[in-house]
Design a protein. Structure first.
Length: 71
């Protein structure tokens, strides 16, 4: 697994997931449940991870949507 994007924005995370779902690219969201430890303040970024074989396709989709950046 390789990291595609990191974000603390829950709405952006949902959008990124929709982009990958539409392209049939399997992904995982790491650190999604850390909010239980941080009291929901959103201080820890969630990482969108893809398998290495899908990285180039996922990166292209994110770049075309102007969403290939960490925040």
């Amino acid at each position: 697994m390789v990291e595609l994007v990191k974000t603390t924005n829950a709405i952006r995370l949902t959008y990124l997931q929709a982009l990958l779902d539409d392209a049939d690219i399997p992904f995982f969201v790491f650190d999604q449940h850390i909010s239980m430890l941080e009291a929901g303040i959103g201080a820890f970024p969630r990482r969108v991870m893809v398998e290495e074989a899908y990285f180039l396709a996922a990166k292209t989709i994110m770049s075309e949507a102007q969403e290939y950046y960490n925040d």
